[in-house]
Design a protein around this ligand. Structure first.
Ligand code: SF4
Length: 340
């Protein structure tokens, strides 16, 4: 089945998706010109699902996450959450919807007001949305702290009294205070030590299993995404170039850019003999988002590029597996030898 350009195939068979983003465009006007940060991205996230979004720094993935939350205003496109169209809604009209849609930031310290106690920080969203009496909010704070593995007395302390990992637990608790259906996690573990990263990823796994919350998990780190994602979208210069269930992508990445990302972490394909890998080393810098290359945006770095790539943008299309979409003119289903 062929998909429309830059479309991550809806999660077929799981009913209507929780989040549906259609042809989203985000541009910034700067004194140097227009930045084409996100260019026609479509994706879905199912209920209780984790969609991992990977790509190099500057590929537009964090901008996409913020635009979905309407922290950045998209230039065009649609965002539907639970069937409700968020596009064009005023801040006041968005307020009740924000209960369903929350964010965990890379730097929890920067997102937590240092003057407030943890109890105040966790109770604030409940207060803003008029949820519960004071005693009920206090109980909810204790419950949230327990859910993220912090003791009840953490409520009376301030963020600076906690380690980086504990502060991220507080950030997660705050994001969960309103029982959201979807949390956008923007590089939530990239500032943490590896051992602490694993603890936070396991916590997110547990919370998803217990609460049924969905995650859009943004990271530059494939090993982190491997740990947590059900499906994965790979972004390059404002566009999605490949998407697949995690196991399918890890077994057979098909886009030259995705292969290059894997190539940077060789240990990540233990099941694939080295001689069978068609390697496409990633060279050069990410082109400027002020003037993205015409045709396939990856053609300036792609060792497989042909003339067609320079003027014709490839659409996302199913290659082999119907859930495996690739935006590359040359992508082909794996041969029997590859599958052996
Ligand atoms: Fe490379 Fe061409 Fe495929 Fe783009 S379309 S990834 S330039 S081969």
């Amino acid at each position: 089945m062929s998909a429309s350009p830059d479309t991550v195939r809806p999660d077929a068979g799981q009913g209507d998706p929780l989040l549906a983003v259609e042809d989203l465009v985000v541009r910034y006007d700067t004194p140097q010109g227009v930045v084409h940060a996100v260019d026609g991205v479509s994706l879905t996230v199912g209920r209780g699902e984790t969609l991992g979004l990977v790509g190099e720094s500057g590929c537009g993935k964090s901008t996409l996450g913020r635009a979905i939350l309407r922290l950045i205003e998209p230039a065009s496109g649609r965002i539907r959450l639970d069937g409700e169209d968020l596009s064009g809604k005023s801040r006041a009209a968005l307020r009740p919807i924000r209960r369903k849609l929350q964010m965990v930031f890379q730097d929890p310290f920067g997102s937590l007001d240092p003057r407030w106690t943890v109890g105040q920080l966790l109770a604030e969203p409940l207060h803003v949305h008029g949820i519960g009496r004071r005693s009920e909010r206090r109980d909810r704070v204790i419950d949230l702290l327990a859910r993220v593995g912090l003791p009840a007395d953490a409520a009376s302390r301030h963020p600076h009294e906690f380690s980086g990992g504990q502060r991220q637990r507080i950030g997660i608790a705050r994001a969960l205070a309103l029982s959201p259906a979807l949390v956008v996690c923007d590089e939530p573990v990239s500032a943490l030590d590896v051992s602490v990263q694993a603890q936070i990823l396991n916590l997110l796994d547990d919370l998803q299993r217990d609460l049924g919350v969905a995650f859009l998990f943004i990271s530059h780190d494939l090993s982190v995404v491997e740990h947590i994602a059900d499906r994965v979208g790979v972004m390059y210069l404002g566009r999605i170039v490949e998407t697949a269930p995690r196991a399918v992508l890890w077994r057979r990445p098909l886009h030259p850019y995705t292969r290059a990302l894997f190539d940077a972490v060789p240990r990540m394909e233990p099941d694939r003999p080295a001689e069978r890998r068609t390697r496409a080393a990633l060279t050069g810098d990410l082109p400027s988002a002020f003037a993205p290359p015409a045709g396939c945006r990856f053609h300036t770095r792609c060792p497989l590029a042909v003339e067609r790539c320079r003027h014709e943008a490839p659409s996302l299309r199913a290659v082999g597996d119907p859930d495996h979409l690739v935006a590359c003119h040359l992508a082909e289903p794996p041969s029997k030898t590859d599958l052996a």
